[in-house]
Design a protein around this ligand. Structure first.
Ligand code: UDX
Length: 452
């Protein structure tokens, strides 16, 4: 255990799994550097304090009702969270800041909490920002307005040129630009512009990425924003952190994996938000059956629009499931990806999943759904070349073909080799003298320097 430095950091995650995980991991990294940690959290998706007994947890009442949080319009929900949290957050921050024993050295907020900019300023608290996504997608989000002015967005109006290159962001194609289904496009614009202004005015930005992965985007970000930028990822490999899972992890999949041959299993998971239709659900099942490979499939409650009942799936799939498959509602994903039996990850390319796969050298089958996922997927297939796209909809034969390409056929070796090289880069950036290791030193000093 490192010596405590008697400085306190207050961290405030956006209450979604893909944002809670990296914030708690960052908290653990900074705790290991000697900082005391207070986590502020909403009632919605409150983290489990017993998984992190060395952090203090303080709730701020968000006042959100069940019908409000059950919307599938994420933009509307995020705007609502920002609006509802502003007053209780300010009250809590002032209370925390006035604590005579442990003043706040720095507040670290999720970049999507735009309202914290004014609140922190009024409370006289220094504010840094964690952007939980990658550097490349951040640059794309920052140019949303420009992309619209140039006619690339919204994607629906560019329907006939979906495969055209986006000259400003090679190798992205029009179809890779982040689209989010919402009834409130103006609120999306507001959230994004608040995010960018909030970064610009912050005392520094922390990113869950590493130099060797996103060097071009990082160097452009540094030119575009005259602020300190700290790429210190992959977070989950920097320190062993307890799980921040909101759902119970089914550990039985690890003993099931223990019985499978090395690199034989396709792990299938589409993160904590993405959902598929009932017909897509059935097509995924048929593709898994046709692939003839062992599979571990996460079917989260609510991840199928309609019914996720197993009995509704075709009998050939149920036979394959019995013979060589496993379904769980939530997996210990990092452990799964690190398991020697897993040879491919069929993913929606949320940034955490993408980084977790890269960190274990697991090639990916990319099926991005919305937001940054499309940008991440294009980089996986065309830049890092550690995976392939499932193009043009879900179709059982294409699914089986993609799985066999990565698990059985000759070309799997080249992809696996590149994935192993990228994993080595992810490992080495965290070793003493590596880029993320040095950046973390810089971050710790930057936080402490604010006091002098
Ligand atoms: C969301 C957005 O969709 C994503 O695009 C953005 O980059 C982050 O916020 P989500 O869709 O949940 O996140 O995906 P992802 O970023 O991959 O995060 C999911 C997290 O849940 C990962 O850390 C993963 O390890 C974890 N997980 C997922 C589990 O622990 N078990 C599972 O069964 C599935």
């Amino acid at each position: 255990m490192n010596q405590r430095n008697n400085r306190r950091l207050v961290l405030f995650p956006v209450p979604f799994q893909g944002h809670i995980n990296p914030m708690l991991q960052l908290a653990q990294i900074l705790h290991n550097r000697g900082f005391s940690i207070t986590i502020l959290h909403t009632d919605l998706n409150a983290p489990d304090p017993s998984s992190h007994p060395h952090f203090a947890f303080r709730s701020i009442g968000d006042g959100l009702g069940q019908s409000e949080v059950s919307t599938s319009d994420l933009v509307r929900l995020m705007a609502l969270i920002n609006a509802r949290c502003a007053a209780p957050f300010e009250e809590r921050l002032r209370e925390e800041a006035s604590s005579p024993d442990t003043p706040i050295t720095c507040l670290i907020v999720d970049a999507l909490f735009g309202f914290t900019r004014d609140v922190a300023e009024r409370a006289g608290v220094r504010r840094m920002v964690l952007r939980t996504g990658g550097a490349t997608s951040l640059r794309v989000f920052a140019r949303f307005r420009l992309l619209r002015e140039r006619g690339y967005l919204p994607i629906e109006v560019s329907e006939c040129r979906l495969e055209d290159p986006v000259a400003e962001f090679p190798p992205l194609q029009v179809k890779d630009l982040p689209g989010i289904n919402t009834a409130e496009p103006k609120q999306l614009d507001q959230l994004l512009s608040d995010m960018i202004e909030g970064l610009r005015d912050s005392a520094g930005v922390i990113l869950n990425t590493f130099e060797d992965l996103e060097q071009p985007a990082l160097s452009l970000l540094r030119q575009e924003y005259p602020i300190a930028i700290f790429p210190i990822g992959p977070f989950h490999k920097c320190s062993s952190s307890s799980s921040g899972s909101l759902l119970a992890e089914d550990q039985s999949c690890i003993s099931w994996l223990d019985k499978q041959a090395p690199n034989s299993v396709v792990y299938v998971s589409f993160g904590s938000i993405a959902a598929v239709s009932e017909s897509e659900y059935s097509e995924i099942a048929l593709g898994l059956a046709d692939s003839q490979q062992p599979f571990l499939w996460v079917v989260r409650p609510g991840s199928v629009h309609g019914s996720e009942a197993l009995e509704k799936l075709p009998s050939c799939f149920l036979a394959a499931l019995e013979e060589r498959g496993k379904i769980v509602t939530w997996a210990p994903q990092q452990e799964v990806l690190a398991h020697r039996a897993v040879g491919a990850f069929w993913t929606h390319n949320g940034w955490n999943s993408t980084l977790e796969s890269i960190s274990e050298g697991v090639p990916m089958i990319c099926m991005p759904c919305f937001s940054d996922q499309k940008v991440n997927a294009r980089f996986v297939s065309d830049v890092w070349r550690v995976g392939l796209h499932l193009n043009n909809g879900l179709e059982r034969r294409k699914i089986a073909e993609a799985i066999r390409k990565l698990l059985v056929e000759k070309e799997r070796e080249e992809v696996r080799e590149r994935a192993a090289q990228l994993k080595e880069k992810a490992d080495s950036c965290l070793r003493q003298g590596g880029s993320s290791f040095r950046s973390l030193d810089g971050l710790a000093n930057h936080i402490l320097a604010s006091e002098s």
